[in-house]
Design a protein around this ligand. Structure first.
Ligand SMILES: [Ca+2]
Ligand SMILES: [Ca+2]
Length: 378
């Protein structure tokens, strides 16, 4: 539970600094400038995206993709999704429209799968199609990229998707699968941000390929990357679930090493220390880190008009922190701004066509699986 403190009269910078206070609690922002409407219920939803007509595609952990119309509450299952291994943290994960969706109707999605007794995250695409009777499917679904290597275990798949602003590249996150060292292994895609062509092949000119790294790698030394988003100036931001006391927001730059598991502002959950980030250590430090952790999930760069005060902000869902977190950006800098107690594990943050914020609860550990819409209060 968030500790509620009265900070309304303090300047923003003091609120930001107080987030890591001596009591070991993140300070909750006391007043919510939004009202919350419950739109629908899902079964452990993971991600959502808007179609151009205002309908949504929603993924559920167990492997369903659902076409949901917020205008009338209609839910239609989307056929054509491959078998998902949803054990542990496994799921049908992200869903994002092609930058050329108006022409190619292509939907990109990610999921965890089991092959030959080992598991990994896969990236796939298919063409959205709806028949006159309403039945809906993805046509011609192909897996276009698989993490390497596949390993045992059910954790830290990551699997978030973002397209570069020019629509030419697909950025894909691969978690380190709770195996630590693969994040520093130049041959593995685990613990990395990847830059791919739209067909899933490694993009030409990736920064470390000439040094013998896997040609898909854009940056490395990451842990469990559960959100990735571009800002208005084309900067790539990423959030990742770190070790104990080490959740992070990073500004992702090509070829840099973000340190895990060699350095982190957190420490291993078994108590083993990890050296903190320090100037000159050769590792790229996070722009924001949390101790205690928020357990981040989802990342949205806000561009809407109905919350004008939040332009140039990142929004992050909080799982264990049961919160919605706002991070204010200023060029290459970022700072904690708000953390609102939502009373449920928030898995996904999305922006609607009118600039409203849409959230998905993840349905685990007592949380429901609701879709929530946030609009300005009063
Ligand atoms: Ca989304
Ligand atoms: Ca540390």
């Amino acid at each position: 539970m968030m500790k509620s403190v009265t900070l309304a009269t303090l300047p923003l910078i003091l609120i930001a600094c107080s987030a890591d206070n001596a009591t070991g609690q993140n300070a909750a922002t006391p007043d919510k400038p939004f009202k919350v409407a419950t739109i629908a219920d899902f079964d452990a939803p993971w991600a959502m995206t808007f179609l151009p007509d205002g309908r949504t595609l929603v993924t559920e952990k167990a492997g369903e993709m659902i076409l949901f119309d917020p205008k009338n509450g209609t839910k239609i299952p989307v056929a054509g999704i491959p078998a998902v291994d949803s054990a542990g943290q496994g799921a049908l994960m992200d869903v994002v429209l092609s930058p050329n969706f108006a022409q190619d109707k292509t939907v990109y999605f990610s999921f965890s799968e089991s092959r030959d007794g080992v598991k990994g995250v896969a990236l796939a695409k298919g063409a959205f199609a709806q028949a006159s009777d309403g039945t809906t499917r993805l046509d011609g679904v192909q897996v276009i990229f698989r993490a390497s290597p596949y390993v045992d275990g059910n954790g830290h798949y990551s699997g978030r998707i973002a397209f570069s602003p020019d629509g030419k590249y697909l950025f894909f996150t691969n978690g380190e699968r709770q195996k630590f060292d693969p994040a520093q292994d130049p041959k593995a895609t685990l613990g990395k941000v990847l830059r791919l062509n739209l067909d899933g092949t490694p993009a030409a000119g990736n920064p470390l390929a000439a040094q013998g790294f896997n040609p898909a790698i854009w940056s490395y030394g990451h842990r469990n990357l559960l959100g990735i988003a571009f800002d208005k100036d084309g900067r790539l931001w990423e959030q990742e679930m770190g070790p104990k006391g080490g959740d992070e927001v990073n500004l992702v730059k090509p070829g840099l090493n973000y340190g895990y598991p060699k350095v982190s502002n957190g420490d291993h959950y078994d108590g083993k220390p990890i050296p903190d980030h320090a100037p000159g250590d050769g590792f790229e430090a996070p722009k924001v880190s949390w101790n205690p952790v928020i357990s981040p999930a989802g990342l949205l760069y806000y561009t809407g008009d109905i919350f004008p005060q939040w332009k140039n902000s990142l929004f992050i869902g909080g799982l264990s922190s049961q919160s919605l977190v706002r991070v204010k950006l200023d060029g290459d800098s970022a700072a904690k701004a708000d953390q609102w107690d939502m009373g449920a594990r928030i898995r996904e943050v999305e922006q609607g066509p009118d600039g409203a914020l849409w959230l998905l609860e993840d349905g685990d550990r007592g949380s429901q699986g609701r879709m929530l819409k946030l609009t300005p209060a009063g």
